[in-house]
Design a protein around this ligand. Structure first.
Ligand SMILES: [Zn+2]
Length: 417
């Protein structure tokens, strides 16, 4: 999957949810709070005060204390907002055992959803209820579907997994067969004129329906027989829609059944679309590399350097990156340095660090001050520099090439260094 700069958010959300999913409470004491836009902060705080009161009925002393502590934390976080953000607000909070029983620590997570939420929810459970945010990770792209033959046409819109039949029209064109002789030729001429008129009507409806759809990703045309090909050849559709036709398929039926047939084949077509997108962006990179334009760079060190210099037009980051960026600090003299390493090597690194003398003051007081996913760290650099960010999956050949041949990090520069 290709994620544009705007939906770097989506990648971040997925990472955050994967993390929260693993959290487990000792008892029923983890709070999930969803607040949709339009609510007032004080209204939610009042509701939480009531929940605080209700929690005093909890029998177990530990659970009661943990729940009430968590509610207080949530209220504190909530009050930092003057108003609920325009997409709403989600807070997860609760006592999480850090290292076996008795080691609970209150953890709080605030998430601003990438799109407006409509649900208002307060739940206390032994896990965080992330499922209402998982919705946002699903594909929400819009596609137009046109299924027709010489007799009728059906227009449908596919949004994510939801399909809606918007309109059905009939052609009013009589069947092909008629008596022979002179009148048959005349009949055929009339029929042809009627078909052209019908094609114009089909195009008019298609233009009206599909041009209105925001961010239309593509159109799939289906139907039995050659009618659909004649229609395409005739160039009846609005030019901007013509470019969006992803596939023209044979179906056995028209109408709702025909749309159903198209939907069955749609996932394969749509997957191909994403594949093509991913291929296209990586190939742009390969073009620069192959033609020696001097604009293609790769590897963490170079890409970081050019990002910091503000010279990067587009940065490509592989979802398969396993590295983290670690900031080490000496607590005696304040000396700092950063290092990149695989996530799984951190424990080992930390162990070595604890006996290593500080390069500046020689005290053995080096510790990990901060750690962040390398992808996240480079994405932040790119955001600050106004570079485009492409987070590339490892599901395509091009995506795997990015990871395996270029270390998962590459960039096209704005100008030759
Ligand atoms: Zn030091």
């Amino acid at each position: 999957m290709v994620i544009k700069r705007t939906s770097l958010q989506k990648y971040r959300l997925r990472k955050a949810l994967e993390y929260l999913k693993k959290k487990e409470g000792r008892g029923t004491e983890l709070i999930s709070l969803y607040v949709p836009p339009g609510r007032s902060v004080s209204e939610v705080v009042n509701m939480l005060r009531q929940e605080y009161g209700t929690a005093s009925n909890i029998k177990s002393t530990t659970t009661r204390k943990n729940v009430q502590d968590a509610i207080v934390k949530v209220m504190q976080r909530l009050k930092l907002f003057r108003e609920i953000p325009e997409n709403g607000l989600v807070i997860f909070c609760g006592s999480i055992p850090q290292n076996g029983p008795g080691s609970e620590k209150i953890e709080t997570y605030v998430i601003i959803p990438p799109e407006p939420i409509s649900i208002y929810l307060y739940r206390c459970d032994n896990r965080f209820h992330i499922e209402h945010l998982e919705e946002f990770l699903k594909e929400h792209e819009n596609y137009g579907i046109l299924v027709f033959d010489a007799g009728s046409a059906t227009f449908a819109v596919l949004s994510g997994k939801r399909v809606e039949i918007v309109q059905e029209i009939t052609s009013g064109i009589p069947g092909k067969t008629r008596a022979g002789g002179q009148s048959a030729r005349r009949f055929e001429r009339i029929r042809e004129a009627k078909i052209i008129e019908y094609f114009k009507r089909v195009a008019k409806h298609a233009n009206e329906i599909f041009l209105k759809i925001p961010d239309l990703k593509g159109i799939i045309i289906g139907g039995p027989g050659p009618t659909k090909y004649d229609f395409e050849k005739g160039g009846y559709l609005h030019y901007s829609l013509r470019d969006k036709v992803l596939a023209t398929l044979d179906t056995a039926y028209v109408g709702a059944q025909g749309v159903e047939e198209v939907l069955e084949k749609a996932p394969e077509i749509l997957k191909k679309v994403r594949y093509i997108e991913e291929k296209r962006i990586i190939q742009e990179y390969l073009y620069h590399l192959g033609h020696d334009t001097g604009l293609a760079v790769y590897g963490e060190r170079d890409v970081r350097r050019f990002l910091e210099a503000g010279a990067v037009k587009t940065v490509f980051l592989s979802e398969g990156l396993e590295e983290v960026r670690v900031k080490v600090k000496c607590s005696s003299c304040g000396y700092e340095f950063q290092e990149t390493m695989k996530e799984r090597n951190i424990t080992e690194f930390e162990k070595e660090l604890s006996v290593k003398p500080c390069p500046k003051c020689s005290a053995t007081s080096l510790h990990i001050e901060e750690k962040i996913d390398l992808l996240e760290e480079l994405a932040e650099l790119a955001e600050n520099a106004g570079s485009e960010i492409e987070v590339v999956s490892t599901e395509t050949e091009e995506g795997r090439m990015l990871l395996e041949s270029f270390g998962g990090i590459a960039a096209i520069l704005r100008y030759k260094p």
